[in-house]
Design a protein around this ligand. Structure first.
Ligand code: T46
Length: 142
């Protein structure tokens, strides 16, 4: 699996200054357009969310506060990423099973998604996900 972690461009001064501003732009810093933003918060430490893959949706995840571990699985390989800085972002492309683990109290997960919400785009059964891979639905080379 190629490295999907991005460093978010950040402008600002050290902590004694006036703070930081981080940003990314569609098609420039992330390889898709953005139609939807959502965020997940007030999640108890130890909670696991996700447990699905998307048929077509492309997403970028970032954690402006806290620590969230995201485990990506392309059906052949699993890789774990710790989102523990507002300057880190993770691309979660279509056809990747993802699980998120809340590690720190108050952690917030923000997501920018390439499309509107559509429950039909979700694969929530792991065996079904493996079947899609086997049938070459995504033709992922990586
Ligand atoms: C994903 C990970 C990173 C909506 O009605 N609209 C929305 O835009 C979203 C994102 C969700 N929902 C509904 C669907 C469920 O009834 O909110 C409920 C909770 O969603 P879910 O259990 O899928 O939440 P997570 O945290 O497991 O997954 C979410 C996103 O749904 C998913 O696309 O990739 O975050």
């Amino acid at each position: 699996m190629k490295d999907l972690l991005l460093k978010i461009k950040t402008i600002g001064q050290d902590p004694t200054g006036s703070g930081y501003l981080s940003f990314f732009e569609a098609y420039k810093d992330v390889p898709f357009g953005i139609k939807r933003i959502y965020y997940i918060y007030h999640v108890p430490v130890g909670t696991k969310r996700g447990m699905h893959a998307h048929k077509t949706l492309q997403q970028v995840l970032w954690c402006p506060y806290g620590e969230i571990e995201v485990v990506l699985d392309n059906g052949k390989e699993k890789k774990s990423y710790l989102l523990d800085s507002p300057e880190k972002a993770l691309l979660v492309l279509k056809g990747v099973w993802h699980d998120m683990y809340w590690k720190k109290e108050g952690s917030v997960l923000c997501v920018a998604a390439s499309d509107y919400y559509d429950e039909n785009d979700y694969i929530r059964d792991y065996d079904e996900f493996l079947k899609y891979i086997k049938e070459g639905f995504w033709n992922n080379e990586d």
